[in-house]
Ligand binder design. Structure first.
Ligand SMILES: Nc1ncnc2c1ncn2[C@@H]1O[C@H](COP(=O)(O)OP(=O)(O)OP(=O)(O)O)[C@@H](O)[C@H]1O
Ligand SMILES: [Mg+2]
Length: 238
């Protein structure tokens, strides 16, 4: 089962929003999704408790590096996708989650392109490769992209990242009032009133496109993590 980790050591990059959008869309497609809220601030959990999303999204709270592997293994038959929402910091849990991922999504705010937090994740991924031989698949997810940003500018950003050998997801997550309200009010995009929230249909279409790309890259029921030397306990010095 694919394990998708959403990581950027910078706070506010759009990690939890991406986790919420992805979990809801995958569940809408009928998949069983388990989300590990790996942020002690519990933003995903707070949204989850309030939204009570339909479909099969289960939540694991109070995740520790030691518990992560055990929990994923125990729940393997019960989930099609695992999503790990990390805190905006670099700690042992960040290192462990990365080493255990089928794919790491690194949200980078499209407008500011403040890439420092993303670079820390890329450095950790390089360190894992050096120490365990496992090259963790990863992509930058352009997040909170201004809807006015042109396709041309986005292609330019993707080109710059590609020059540095970093893949970017084709679908950016666009900055939308609907996504902010979804998060702030603790609901899903499908619970918002289209009469009251502008461009709700566009936000929903964007979320579907984002999830469709993830499902193409990581089809459910494919174990995409190659065998590797035990990553656990890895990164103790991280
Ligand atoms: N696509 C979006 N459209 C509108 N608002 C957004 C979008 N993505 C994120 N935001 C808003 O930006 C803020 C930070 O987003 P989010 O909590 O997802 O980031 P984060 O990376 O998880 O932050 P942290 O590191 O603190 O956990 C939130 O108020 C959220 O509503
Ligand atoms: Mg968060």
């Amino acid at each position: 089962m694919p394990v998708i980790t959403i990581a950027n050591t910078k706070g506010g990059a759009g990690k939890t929003t991406a986790a919420v959008l992805l979990a809801v869309e995958l569940a809408q497609c009928g998949y069983k999704v388990t989300v590990f809220d790996s942020d002690s601030q519990g933003w995903f959990s707070q949204w989850y408790e309030s939204a009570r999303p339909r479909g099969t999204i289960s939540l694991v709270e109070h995740v520790t590096p030691a518990s992560l592997e055990v929990q994923v293994r125990q729940m393997n038959p019960q989930a099609d996708y695992f999503i790990i929402d990390l805190a905006g910091e670099r700690n042992q849990l960040t290192a462990t989650a990365l080493a255990f991922s089928s794919h790491v999504l690194i949200p980078v705010q499209g407008s500011g392109m403040d890439a420092k937090g993303a670079v820390k994740i890329l450095d950790l991924i390089a360190q894992i490769k050096a120490e365990t031989g496992y090259e963790v698949p990863h992509s930058v997810l352009l997040s909170r992209v201004n809807p006015m940003v042109t396709t041309h500018s986005l292609l330019k950003i993707k080109g710059l990242l590609a020059q540095r050998g970093v893949d970017t997801l084709a679908t950016p997550i666009v900055e939308r009032g609907a996504s902010r309200e979804m998060f702030d009010l603790g609901v899903t995009l499908y619970d918002l009133d289209p009469q009251k929230v502008s461009n709700l249909d566009r936000a929903q279409a964007n979320a579907r496109e984002f999830a469709a790309e993830i499902m193409r890259i990581l089809p459910a029921r494919v174990i995409s993590s190659p065998r590797r030397k035990g990553p656990f306990g890895w990164g103790r010095a991280a």
